[in-house]
Every structure is written in C-alpha cells, then in structure tokens.
Ligand binder design. Sequence first.
Ligand code: SAM
Length: 329
Amino acid sequence: MTKPLIDTFGRIHNNLRISVTDRCNLRCTYCMPEEVTFLDKGELLTFEEITRFVEIVAPLGIDKIRLTGGEPLLRRGLAELVKMIVRVPGIKDVGLTTNGLLLAQQAQPLFDAGLRRINISLDALDPGRFRQLTRRDGLEHVIAGIQAAKRAGFDPVKINAVSIRGVTEHEVVPLALFAREHALEMRFIEYMPIGADTWERDKVYFAHEILDQLEREIAPLVPVDDYDPRAPAMEFQYTDGGGRVGIIASVSRPFCRSCNRVRLTAEGKLRNCLFALDEVDLKPLLRSNAAPERIAELVRKNVWDKWEGHEINTARFIKPLRTMHAIGG
Ligand code: SAM
C-alpha cells in the first residue's frame, strides 16, 4: 500500500460512503423538500465507474464502503454493484443504509452478493407519525424489510432514528422496546442542519435527553465493554441484559476529530465532509478513463484540504446548498 489518505490534522481516512442515486421513495421533512428535480439517469455514475473509483482508492487505504442515497434500493441491480465492490482487493467491509421500503424483496439477494452490514432508517412506529415525518405511507413495508434482513442473516441489524424535539420524543421508547424485543441494535441520531427544514438548535432532542429517557422508562444503561470513544456512535448496553443502544450525537458531541470518511455523490462529486462547501467533480475523469494516478492525486488533495470540523456549534457554520438526499447520508 502507498501512503495513507491523511489530512493536515493527522486523520487517516479508510471509510467511503457512496451514494448510488439521489432519488427517494420517501420525503422525510428533515432531509429533503417535497418537490425535487432529480438527476437524469445518464448523470449517475455507472456501476463500472463506481467500481473503478473503488479500485483506485482501495490502494490508498479505503477498506470500508457504505452504499447510500437517496434511497439506494431504488437503484436497479444494486446487488450486482455489491458483488463488484466486494471483489475489489483491499475492501473488507461493505454496508448499506436504507429506508427499508423495498428491503423485503432485496435483503436476501444483497446478503448473497456479499453485503454484511445494514442500517435501516425508521423514525417512528406510529403510522400517523411515520406519515407526518416521511410524507408517505409504508411503515408495514419497512417492518417487513427489517424481518427480511434478519431472516437473510444480517447480524446485527441496526435501526437508525433521527431525534427531533417535539416530533420524535414519543417514539424513542417504543422504538427502543421494539429493538429489544426483536434483537435489533437501535441508534438515535441527533437532528442535523443538513435537510430542507429550517433547523434550529432547540429542535435537537439531545443525546443526554435520550439517554435519560431510556434509563427512566426502560432500564439503566452502561457503556459497552468494547466502547470506542472515537466512533461516531456512543454505544451503551442495558444492565438488565436487554441489548445495546447507540447514540450519534453529531451536534452535542461532534466526532470530527476522529472522522475517517469521504463521500462520493451519485453524480461523482467527491466531498471530504458531510457539510463540505466545496467538492471535486470526478465524473469527467472516471468517464474519460483518466489515469488512476491523476484521480488518486485529486482524492489525496481533497482529503488533505479537509477542515477541522463542521462548526455546527459556532456562528461560523454555513449550511451546504445540497440537502442530505443529494449528498448521501
Ligand atoms: N434513504 C436511505 C435511508 O433512509 O437510510 C439512505 C439515505 S438517508 C439520507 C441516510 C440517513 O440520513 C437516514 O438515516 C436519515 O434519517 C439521515 N438523515 C437525513 N437527514 C438528516 C438530518 N437532517 N439529521 C440527521 N440525520 C438525517
């Protein structure tokens, strides 16, 4: 392997999130607007172009990939892409983040293709609240998707819920109990200023409040034995043996100092931070078969230029123009 992908703060990058589409079959209010102009199909990187990119960055130390979107299961033939990526030498781990609506049909083919990690986003178990948040129906399909993921052999199956004050507080305990009952790993994510809604700090239902609520209404929690303070999720286990719960406190406890991620948007823009204001357009190079060294050099430079952190908690924060669905969450 050559020199690792490092930035000026000494952070080494091994984690790549690839968006495979900006389309989505939900319209979560905190993520995207109702009316959106999606990319034309021809603007999306092809599976060959995505795989070529992975082949270029794997020797730079990228060994962990997560496929996302938009809703990645809307991209036809996704299992084929998984097969292509798991074959790339150096790639150790391929994961997927999905809203689960189409997972009942796709869980097994994806598992068979080599996908091993799965995160399913589900913010509410109450059908009315689900509709309010997602502006669509389909809760029962998500539940069927979760069951299918378990049957297919994914272990653990992680459930991600965004926590928004006044909107999802009443869902925290039902979701946590649902996860305990079905041996799922529940993770709550603090609401971030990256969606279409007007974000205000007061709307974040904070990590410590979620923890208090879980301890009060379910059971005491202690950090897990293999607790990794650098990982995005703070992981806890119930003292009554009821499993684990994770909290991603992106706002109240940013993990920028240990960030190891870069992102590739569906149309081939490289972003060194979820909140990046600049991006590098790699599609023309990938499409014209440019020399791998040239692409690798651009990736190195993009990572080298990464800023210290997202600045959400300062007056300097600038919200990126892209909303989450067009970046890849
Ligand atoms: N459609 C897939 C899904 O729902 O998991 C993948 C893309 S989605 C953008 C990825 C994750 O980003 C979801 O878990 C979603 O809840 C989260 N997300 C979107 N907007 C967010 C926001 N403003 N704050 C925190 N998380 C957000």
